[in-house]
Write a protein of this length. Structure first.
Lengths: 327, 332
């Protein structure tokens, strides 16, 4: 039976489902229990599953990640919440130093199936650490999966997949759209694949590639362009690592033009990796240079300049038009 | 050997005492061989020797139960051997051969073994602490009676992870034994140059953790202390902290000019070395003589010789395996 819910409610629903289905799934983090999470993503879980499985930790992020590593090696499936992506920096040691390479350095004898959830991205009038979009830092690490949903249904299905994955997964939740839309989501325990882009709209003239909250502006831009008679294919990358290169290449081989949209700074970001892939393997299909619409190479500004930093739908439309006009 | 040596207590189990000596001697000789093979280029990477500190690992490991986990540092060859990883597997790992305990991917600093619950081998100072606490949390949740043995040097107590880990282990009363191997130098920085509080037990006590200072050069003392800690942790009394006061006779690593201490200081400690003093006590108690010593040495030499041969004849991982085990090959 499906219900119409928001993205953050879908996160909660997936946690509720998987904790009910698998007693090895445990939650830990700052204020995930009594307070139900800083964004209410874990509300009701303590009441249903008790303090043994829903643990409020001290404010010690690297410890939280290290606990998850220790538990994961023992057959538990920890889902740890880091309150904001800016608080993930202390976690890097445990996540990169241990979680990501436990399987590799033991040649498959030990593994680290944990999920680290963190709300990410700007556009909520929060200061810098509370608006980070540093997914490329994590996506570069071999052994980590980096997953970003862009709708309630994908949040539900991808989070289930993340918890069931034998690999460590960084699950980044676009908090700007936590409550932006409601969508019917059936609580059927059905996971989505962790290595597949989602083609949200099929088209023939240009491919718009995005993830997370920027998918919203990307779809708006596609609507505007459709009014001009431009047929956009819109792809939600969703799994930044492992990246589904085939879907991206197949789309560009059809359209011959691509715009990559992300709110992270441009330099060395995932857009660069995707553009490089399209160039390396799809150059002869391209009819125009690949365009990128991104944040600036600066620290996320405080709210008065935030709208200027964040890519807007009109920026995407402009970039697409320039790409389409390239002779 | 030493006419002043104090005989062992009358009620000591002589065979067990001799076995403790043998275990210390075994890891000492193994590491001396490693240093030799390192100098001759057979072992690469880095090499951090435990020589001088053997009484700590040997005493501690007597109380480590099969279900327990050991999370150690990068100076962990001795612990790995004492825990029961075969010498063949450890030596092959040093050689980077796939017959090694980490299939040749870890080397000296990253010995891992699932069967014996040996969770590193960690190169990051303090990095094993939250992992050990996580293991203890899992043990408590799974009610399996296991204890996590977290072994680290005093240098790690300057890391934030020490404090995060002690706090939570005490707060949630988790079965962790924190074993600080205080050899007085964090690489080349002396304890009083890096810690505002050099009474290390006070740091533990500030988290309301039971803490003891232990003579880390006396294997009977380390064994007894570890037993008290294990009994307490297994009884559900939460974490326990042991500061083993010991000394590293060799350089921090094979690339250390040792400008931070004098040769005389090292020599003074060597005179109080765990093998020297315990061996003398065994002799004073008529549990060890030249002939028994020679037999032990010969047995150990043979085991080491076999381990070297095993490592030499081991095989490198095929290049085709380079990209394997980054991600699971089975996805649900």
């Amino acid at each position: 039976m499906s219900q119409s819910i928001t993205l953050v409610e879908a996160v909660n629903l997936a946690l509720m489902h998987e904790m009910g289905a698998d007693e090895n799934v445990v939650l830990l983090g700052e204020d995930v229990g009594v307070n139900g999470g800083v964004f209410r993503a874990t509300v009701g879980l303590l009441e249903r599953f008790g303090p043994r499985r829903v643990m409020d930790t001290p404010l010690a992020e690297n410890l939280i990640a290290g606990l998850a590593v220790g538990m994961a090696t023992q057959g538990l499936k920890p889902v740890a919440e880091i309150q904001f992506m800016g608080f993930i920096f202390p976690v890097m040691e445990q996540i990169i130093g241990h979680a990501a390479r436990m399987r590799n350095r033991t040649r498959g004898r030990l593994s680290c199936p944990l999920v680290l959830r963190a709300p990410f991205g700007g556009g909520i009038h929060a200061p810098e650490h509370h608006s980070e979009s540093t997914e490329a830092l994590l996506a570069q690490i071999p052994g980590l999966r980096v997953v970003i949903p862009s709708s309630p249904a994908r949040a539900y299905g991808l989070l289930l997949a993340a918890i069931r994955s034998p690999d460590p997964v960084i699950f980044l939740e676009p908090k700007r759209i936590y409550r932006a839309v409601k969508q019917p989501v059936e609580d059927n325990g059905q996971a989505l694949p962790l290595d597949t882009c989602f083609t949200l709209r099929e088209g023939s003239d240009i491919t718009l590639i995005s993830w997370g909250a920027m998918v919203k502006e990307t779809l708006e831009a596609a609507d505007t362009l459709a009014g001009d008679g431009v047929s956009c294919e819109v792809i939600d990358v969703a799994t930044l690592n492992l990246l589904d290169r085939d879907t991206l290449l197949a789309s560009v081989s059809k359209t011959g033009r691509a715009v990559i949209i992300h709110e992270a700074p441009r330099h060395g970001a995932m857009g660069a990796e995707i553009a490089a892939t399209l160039s390396e393997r799809g150059l002869l299909d391209l009819q125009a240079p690949i365009a990128r619409v991104t944040g600036y190479d600066t620290v996320m500004p405080y709210y008065r300049m935030e709208d200027h930093y964040m890519p807007q739908a009109s920026d995407i439309v402009d970039a697409a038009r320039q790409t389409l006009e390239f002779a | 050997m030493n006419e002043m040596a104090v005989p062992l207590p009358d009620d000591i189990d002589g065979a067990h005492a001799l076995e403790l000596f043998r275990q210390m001697l075994r890891i000492r000789r193994f590491e001396e061989k490693c240093a030799q093979m390192y100098s001759s280029g057979k072992i690469r990477g880095f090499l951090h020797l435990y020589i001088g500190e053997e009484a700590v690992g040997t005493g501690v490991m007597q109380s480590v139960a099969p279900r327990d986990a050991v999370v150690a540092t990068y100076r962990e060859h001795g612990h790995a051997l004492l825990r029961g990883i075969s010498m063949n597997a450890v030596m092959a790992e040093m050689y980077g051969k796939q017959e090694g305990c980490s299939r040749g991917r870890g080397g000296s600093m990253h010995l891992f073994d699932k069967a014996t619950g040996f969770i590193g081998g960690n190169a990051i100072v303090g990095g094993g602490m939250p992992v050990a606490v996580g293991y203890a949390l899992a043990a408590k949740m799974q009610q399996n009676g296991a204890v996590a043995w977290c072994i680290f040097g005093e240098g790690a107590m300057a890391e934030g992870e020490f404090h995060e880990s002690m706090n939570l282990a005490a707060l949630w009363q988790l079965p962790v034994v924190f074993c600080c191997e205080n050899n007085y130098y964090a690489m080349g920085t002396a304890l009083d140059r890096s810690e505002s509080q050099i009474q290390l037990v006070e740091k533990a006590r500030s988290y309301r953790v039971v803490a003891e200072e232990v003579d880390g050069m006396d294997v009977l003392a380390t064994e007894a202390a570890a037993r008290r800690a294990a009994d307490s942790a297994r009884a559900g009394n939460g974490p326990y902290f042991l500061e083993f006061q010991t000394y590293r006779f060799r350089a921090h690593s094979m690339f250390d000019a040792e400008r931070y201490r004098s040769k005389n200081e090292v020599h003074e400690h060597e005179l109080q070395g765990p093998l020297r003093t315990f061996g003398a006590r065994l002799e004073a108690s008529s549990l060890l003589d030249e002939q028994r010593r020679a037999e032990l040495e010969a047995d150990i030499a043979r085991e080491i010789e076999n381990a070297v041969a095993f490592a030499e004849s081991g095989t490198p991982e095929p290049v085709s395996e380079l990209g394997r085990f980054v991600y699971s090959e089975v996805q649900p």
